[in-house]
Design a protein. Structure first.
Length: 75
């Protein structure tokens, strides 16, 4: 049996999801989502689903993964 030199960890999924939800509901994402809605002629606050959709469509989820992929791993 060959021993791996790399340590394997466990991802703290709850903390990762909480951090990503905080970004989705952030003032910055809300601002840009409102601007996108207004460009479509919709003048109201975005729903949580619209905030999430805007975040995903504009690369927020991908950027979050790239920036934090090792941050939520426990050894």
């Amino acid at each position: 049996m060959m021993e791996s030199k790399e340590r394997e960890g466990v991802v703290d999924t709850a903390a990762r999801m909480a951090a990503q939800c905080a970004q989705i509901l952030s003032a910055d994402n809300r601002y840009y989502t409102i601007q996108a809605l207004r460009a479509q002629g919709i003048d109201r606050d975005p729903t949580p689903a619209e905030l999430a959709w805007h975040y995903i469509r504009n690369g927020g989820a991908e950027h979050f993964h790239e920036e934090t992929q090792d941050q939520f791993v426990k050894f």
